[in-house]
Ligand binder design. Structure first.
Ligand code: ADP
Ligand code: MG
Length: 313
């Protein structure tokens, strides 16, 4: 037995070519260890291969080569045990319109052979905030409710690993918070969570470890904190009431760009420069700030900085 909830070894997928063009791998020799108990983020832009990886774990896509194990069960040779160990919330909102949430959960429990005495449909519905909709038809549920319905379905067999594939698409802020608080709770209770997203901020807030993939290749996999330390870049845009035609002397030792005659953009490494120093320099130049926006490094910038050093692409 290992300490891994999920392990992939040189996992590759090449989809059959549709128009005769030579096919590019959607996944290219991905080797990943997802420790038991972790809240793991798989981050990458659209088309990176995240859903392909998830769908391989779900048994919906057959890998071209390589291996994958879930809770130490090989997805090929120990398929049934591997399936039982994982609950997957797919990216698409495919909810059966003819069942009520309660019926859907009971049906799902039946599919997984969960005995009636061990079923906890109402508990799960309550946790995802759908208990009051337990007997409503699924087609009457909003997008956010459907998403939570899929989370509920993924949990009926109490799998040790929960996978959420871009779960916040179409979910409003309140429901997102509710969804995260439930998923966090599951993680605290011991469920390993694998979340895919193309939002760095989301991964940053939730995940203890982040893997980044792009064009099917693994770019990095490390503790969120150490990744963020590497991405030591922030951006501050300041609007002032005075008209500027040049960059004031007191700001010259920062990386400053004049965006318009009242707007300055300053890029800085937060570990070395704090925003107060910059604001101090602005005040010293006799400028008064009317608006201020700070921004973390964007995922795209991170890809650029990480990929340019690895394979020169
Ligand atoms: P992500 O989930 O990160 O957005 P996907 O895994 O969906 O990425 O897609 C990775 C690549 O594989 C993309 O180039 C996509 O067009 C291609 N792809 C995904 N599914 C299929 C499929 N069923 N047939 C052919 N190509 C596919
Ligand atoms: Mg996807």
């Amino acid at each position: 037995m290992t300490d891994n909830a999920v392990q992939t070894i040189n996992l590759s997928k090449i989809y059959a070519s549709v128009n005769g063009a030579s096919p590019k791998p959607a996944l290219d020799k991905i080797s990943l260890n997802i420790p038991r108990g972790s809240f793991f983020g798989l981050l990458g832009p659209n088309g990176a291969g995240k859903s392909t990886l998830i769908n391989i774990l779900a048994g919906l896509v057959i890998p071209t080569s390589g291996e994958a194990r879930i809770w130490d069960y090989d997805i090929e040779t120990d398929m049934r045990a591997a399936r039982r160990s994982i609950g997957i919330v797919p990216q698409e909102l495919n909810v059966d319109p003819f069942f009520t949430p309660r019926e859907s959960l009971e049906l799902q429990a039946g599919l997984y052979g969960v005995p009636a005495s061990a079923r906890r449909s109402d508990e799960i519905l309550e946790a995802v905030g759908l208990l009051d909709k337990a007997d409503a038809y699924a087609r009457t549920l909003s997008g956010g409710m459907r998403r939570r319905m899929l989370v509920a379905k993924a949990m009926v067999h109490s799998p040790p690993v929960l996978v959420l594939d871009e779960p916040t698409a179409g979910v409003d802020v309140n429901l997102r918070r509710q969804l995260w608080s439930y998923v966090r709770h599951l993680n605290e209770q011991g469920t390993t969570v694998l979340l895919t997203t193309h939002y760095l901020e989301e991964a940053e807030q939730l995940c203890d470890t982040i893997a980044i993939i792009d064009h099917g290749k693994l770019i990095t996999c490390e503790a969120t904190e150490s990744l963020l330390r590497k991405l030591d870049a922030k951006e501050m845009t300041v609007t002032v009431s005075e008209d500027l035609s040049f960059i004031p002397e007191t700001l010259k030792h920062f990386n400053v760009e004049l965006k318009s005659n009242q707007r300055l953009r300053i890029c800085y490494p937060p570990s070395k420069t704090n925003s107060g120093e910059i604001l101090g320099a602005i005040a010293e130049a006799g400028l008064s700030v009317t608006d201020l926006v700070t921004k973390e490094a964007e995922l795209e910038d991170i890809f650029l900085s990480l990929t340019s050093t690895s394979d020169g692409r």
